[in-house]
Write a protein that binds this ligand. Sequence first.
Ligand SMILES: [Zn+2]
Length: 335
Amino acid sequence: MNMQWNNIVGHKQVVAQLCLMQQEDRVPHAMLFCGTDGVGKSLVAEAMAAAILCHAPVNNQACGHCKACQALAAGTHPDFFQIQPESETKAAPAIRIEAVRKLQEEIARIPLLSERRVVIMQEADKMNEAAANCLLKTIEEPSGQIVFILLTSRPSALLDTIISRCMRVEFGILQPEELVAILHQQGIEEPLAGKLASIADGSVSKALAMQDEELLNLQTQAFDLASAAGTLGVEQLLQLAKEMSNHSRERLIQWLGFLAMIYRDLLMLYSGSGLPLYNQSDIDRLSSLLNKYHQQELLQLLQLVQDYQKRLGSNVNTQLCLEGFLIRINNYLEE
Ligand SMILES: [Zn+2]
């Protein structure tokens, strides 16, 4: 359980906003934290819960020493509740009405150890309709002693009635340098950390899931192709298609995804917009490609890559599909 704001990397505005509400004693009774999976919503929710439950917060942060903090750290705080989707046999994980009813019974009593009770609901979008309607009654009639923090990466999947009763807090994605800092904390060293950060769309969980070598090799292979395209002979193209077809469909779609990120980064460099690049850690390699591609070509190549990602997702022969793709992008640049 994360009890400190200091441990949170990034999300400075969100943290400042929550601290201010805490300081001014105007924490709403229901909040909805929205943002991609793995950006740190849970860590922020936990620090917020700790600050609310603490008997003597220091700078709007849990003190870490009082009885409430000790109980929270030990996982025994009677006024802190967590609820998340559960799997029943064969059914997809969901938050069901029984779980919400059980929670309502537990939170109906007055707080035992702190002034308020806090409920953190993970993946709130997985509430089925009955559960959501049941929860709605509790949110509509706040006793003043309960704070709900609902977390979701898909706010559009929630009932409007739930959304309208919550204060919405938006979490942006993490910047590559923030992601690198978190990966370092998790013991992942350079150059791996930098590479993962550049391809993980600002999500820690995505970066951790992509730790494997094969995926990083795919990124390198995407760069190799971006460099060589336009100069390859037919035999080389067919050979490359044969080699690449040893990868699974899923991997090939990721490989094309890396290629798309390179094209997208080149467009960003052309536009001079200063927006963060996916391949920031490979900026030298990226810059060396700038002369090779024109803006208009990049847009069309991006479209081509997306078309072939779709094709690879269907039931086509992968080797033939790759041959077609490689020949097309090679010819495209030759012209
Ligand atoms: Zn405390």
